[in-house]
Design a protein around this ligand. Structure first.
Ligand code: NAD
Ligand code: TDX
Length: 340
């Protein structure tokens, strides 16, 4: 039996990963460390908390002594670092916390891994570290050797963490891997992100804010496919390597908005163009050839199925996101979107 420590497991992808491990690896224990920021939600882990193979610690990854105590108690065999400040718009507004959590927090986790006999470490990174691609060059894709060229404080902090992981591999021999995934969607995504924001606003007949002209392109992947890829890299990936994760599913923002309107039988007149995001990346597109050939990974969820499942999940789990909308998020929404 192995013990896998998942940081950020009360957030969107981390929680999906916790459930992926519990379902697919009955031989493993899963320990979650999460400080429950505005983006963390313990109710997401309710079913996991009822499982004797799962343990939860409300713990900040920047806190060395606290992380050391968790390592001493749980003796993890592997760490998967999802914990991060993850919203680009918030990073433009207030970058400091992104640098602290995304860079220094990752360092604390790596130091703990080294101090406990070189525990296997996986860093969950993002395609945003590569910057963006032009809209008129569909032949260009992000490969693992594409230079890092971050645009926002968020993506710069993730790129800095990636460089630090690679430095720890080379200098200290840390047994680490990095994955860089494209945009995820699916259950438990915090409603500040594009797809759940569109669904929640549609269901309340509120305007759907589209930055700029809505022509920016994102490469969408269903969250379960990301989880499977991370699990494969953790178990079979080559130490010191970077793996891109994506499913060749590029969509313009405006087309996503129209699709959500159709799925919920709402008029497209809800679509409202608002002031663009500063430094807004034009296009992301992943080349997943390496993980496909080395580890046999391919996405299993077609976008039409994934989006249907996601819409159905938000319809069936209104209390989960309505509670978020009624809390401090309301002030964030006003600040970000009123008079935009
Ligand atoms: P999220 O914002 O939904 O969740 C982040 C979680 O981390 C929350 O539960 C939060 O409480 C926790 N956290 C934040 N700061 C912490 C700290 N200092 N100590 C402990 N816990 C802390 O994020 P997400 O969308 O699930 O993203 C997870 C990871 O995947 C991030 O590293 C992100 O960069 C990466 N990623 C996300 C996407 C995407 O489309 N969402 C795509 C590629 C990569
Ligand atoms: O209200 C909105 N209107 C809008 O047009 C919001 C919130 C977003 N957008 C646009 C901006 C992007 O082009 O939609 C696109 C997607 O936006 P986000 O959901 O904020 O995602 P993005 O900025 O692409 O970053 C996401 O993918 C990579 C995650 O938030 C990151 O954590 C991940 O690393």
């Amino acid at each position: 039996m192995s013990t896998i420590l998942v940081t950020g497991g009360a957030g969107f992808i981390g929680a999906n990963f916790v459930y992926y491990l519990l379902e697919n690896h009955p031989e493993d224990r899963v320990v979650c460390v999460d400080s429950l920021t505005y983006a963390g939600n313990l109710s997401t882990l309710r079913a996991a908390l009822a499982d004797s193979r799962f343990a939860f610690y409300r713990q900040d990854i920047r806190d060395r002594a606290g992380i050391e105590a968790v390592f001493q108690k749980e003796k993890p065999d592997a760490v998967v670092n999802f914990a991060a400040e993850s919203h680009v718009d918030r990073s433009i507004d207030a970058p400091e916390i992104f640098l602290q959590t995304n860079i220094l927090g990752a360092q604390v986790m790596m130091d703990a891994c080294l101090a406990h006999g070189n525990v296997r470490f996986h860093q969950v990174s993002t395609d945003e570290v590569y910057g963006d691609l032009p809209l008129d060059r569909p032949d260009l894709l992000f490969r693992e050797d594409t230079p890092l060229h971050a645009s926002s404080p968020y993506s710069a902090s993730k790129a800095a963490a990636d460089l630090l992981v690679q430095a720890y591999c080379r200098t200290y021999g840390l047994a680490a891997t990095i994955s860089r995934c494209s945009n995820n969607y699916g259950p438990y995504q915090f409603p500040e992100k594009f797809i759940p924001l569109l669904i929640a606003n549609c269901l309340s007949d509120k305007p759907l804010p589209i930055y700029g002209k809505g022509l920016n392109v994102r490469d969408w992947l269903y969250v379960a496919d990301h989880c499977k890829a991370v699990d494969l890299i953790l178990r079979r990936g080559r130490i010191g390597q970077v793996y891109n994760i994506g499913g060749h599913n590029e969509m313009r923002n405006i087309d996503i908005a129209r699709l959500i309107c159709r799925a919920l039988d709402k008029p497209e007149s809800l679509i409202t163009y608002v002031t663009d995001r500063k430094g807004h990346d034009l296009r992301y597109a992943i080349d997943p050839e390496k993980i496909h050939t080395e580890l046999g990974w391919s996405p299993e969820t077609a976008f039409a199925d994934g989006i249907r499942r996601t819409v159905d999940w938000y319809l069936a789990n209104r209390p989960w996101w309505e509670e978020i909308l009624s809390g401090e998020y309301r002030d964030y929404y006003r600040k970000m979107y009123d008079d935009r």
